[in-house]
Design a binder for this molecule. Structure first.
Ligand code: ARG
Length: 450
């Protein structure tokens, strides 16, 4: 009973069996190099490699109970090589689980980064597709969740795509620091066997070899950095989820979700709740907690290896699983959401104070007012609208003459009205909300995700 408890407590095999593929690759590269460097003989290396090559999958270790994946592989070797039981122990030469676990994890993270980048690119392209289908649909843009300025819907949602473009860059940058082999650092001091660590690294596809054996086994900054990248993606996903949740309320009605992407209520028959989006928002907590978790594990830990570090896998695997699922689900959402262009346009008419900035800009251009004065005059127009229950666009020349200036002419008034109607092509600054700028962005984003 007590033994069972203690064994279970010590073991990470339930989690790190995920690393089997990498552990075996690392063992094969290690044994090959031991042979090349004349530390073991040909017969030993070929027998071990032959057995290892047959064990690629988790199910191969099904009946093995072990402290961790590294011991499980060793145990399996012992079982297969029954008659030559001690041969399995050769893989321990000049190596320790301390340097091995780090290399396994680094290989695993490299593969996961590549997969996550593909998922990010897929999501970006589904966002771009929605933008392309709704290129010139106008919408109310918000600050403080208050109607602010008119923008193009395509421009608004393309901002999401740029978040993910930067997330890809962050992962690529993180990859460079993960791409380092620690094999040969052994427990922490290196070893007296002359193993060519560079050759081991090359066999495993690592770009670099770690330069300090103490550092190699002591740090988990590559996991902290990787989970940080994941957490940033999740923050982005949670904000998009929140935005879409708001947009699909009947009060906004900017988008709607097909039935398969909502779920009903057990009591209110009319309900179609955006549960998938809410879960993406909720699951963000997991990855943020994973980041805090690994940071707390590492905080103030003495050098070199400590068993605390075994817990790193809890956070690493949880983040990977969560981020990949959330990216996949968000993609399905973008591929299926329906944009209600009519509703978006109606909302602009309802909130036509969003054109106030345009009026102020116009007063700067035409009346040559300093912007602060133009702002003040426009505010007076808005106050007047509120008092008289009018829309900005309903004001007549008379109102402008009375509130802004007697010098406000009929020509100016007509010009301003033309401007109102064209307001979406007015934001022509680089990166602004005009059609040519949206088209330019789409072209550039597409180049980044090929
Ligand atoms: N399962 C361990 C881990 O993941 C492997 C390293 C064990 N090293 C040791 N000195 N006990 O951290």
């Amino acid at each position: 009973m007590q033994k069972e408890l203690l064994d279970r407590f010590l073991s990470s095999f339930n989690l790190d069996r995920k690393l089997i593929k990498y552990d075996i690759e690392a063992c094969i590269a290690w044994i090959t190099t031991l042979f090349e460097n004349k530390i073991i003989d040909k017969k030993q290396s070929s027998r071990l490699i032959k057995v290892l090559k047959n064990l690629k999958k988790q199910k191969d270790l099904k009946n093995i109970q072990a402290e961790d994946v590294h011991y499980a592989v060793e145990k399996k070797l012992e079982r297969v090589l029954k008659k030559d039981k001690y041969l399995a122990g050769v893989i321990r030469t000049a190596r320790s689980r301390n340097d091995l676990v780090v290399s396994d994890e680094r290989m695993y993270i490299k593969d996961e980064i590549n997969q996550i980048i593909v998922l990010l690119k897929n999501l970006i392209s589904s966002i771009v597709e929605v933008a392309q289908k709704n290129l010139d649909v106008p919408m109310v843009g918000y600050t403080h969740l208050q109607p602010a300025q008119p923008v193009l819907f395509s421009h608004y949602i393309l901002s999401f795509a740029w978040w993910f473009v930067r997330d890809i860059e962050r992962f690529k940058d993180c990859y460079k620091r993960v791409d380092v082999s620690t094999l040969g650092a052994a427990a922490f001091a290196g070893s007296s066997f002359e193993v060519n660590r560079q050759k081991v690294a090359e066999k495993l596809g690592f770009l670099k070899v770690s330069e300090n054996s103490v550092d190699s086994v002591s740090d988990r900054d590559y996991i902290i950095e990787f989970i940080s990248c994941c957490a940033i993606v999740m923050i982005h996903l949670s904000r998009i989820a929140e935005e879409l949740i708001i947009w699909c309320t009947p009060n906004f009605g900017y988008i709607s979700l097909p039935k398969k992407l909502t779920s009903g209520s057990s009591i209110m028959p009319q309900k179609q709740n955006p549960d998938y989006l809410e879960l993406i928002r909720g699951k963000t907590a997991k990855v943020i907690s994973d980041l805090i978790g690994i940071l707390v594990v590492m905080k103030a830990l003495p050098l070199t290896y400590n068993r605390d570090m075994q817990e790193d896998k809890v956070y690493l695997f949880s983040s990977v699983e969560t981020i990949k699922d959330c990216l996949r689900v968000m993609r399905v959402i973008f591929e299926n959401l329906m944009v209600n262009a009519q509703r978006l346009k109606e909302d602009i008419q309802k909130h036509d104070f969003i054109f106030a900035t345009e009026v102020a800009n116009f007063l700067v251009e035409e009346m040559k007012y300093p912007f602060k004065l133009a702002h003040k005059k426009t505010q007076l127009l808005i106050d007047y609208c509120v008092k008289t229950n009018k829309k900005l666009k309903q004001l007549g020349l008379k109102d402008y003459k009375k509130i802004v200036s007697r010098e406000f002419t009929i020509e100016m008034f007509e010009k301003l009205n033309r401007k109102f109607n064209n307001s979406y092509s007015n934001y022509k600054t680089f990166g602004g909300s005009s059609l040519p700028q949206v088209k330019r962005q789409i072209k550039n984003i597409k180049k980044l995700i090929v």
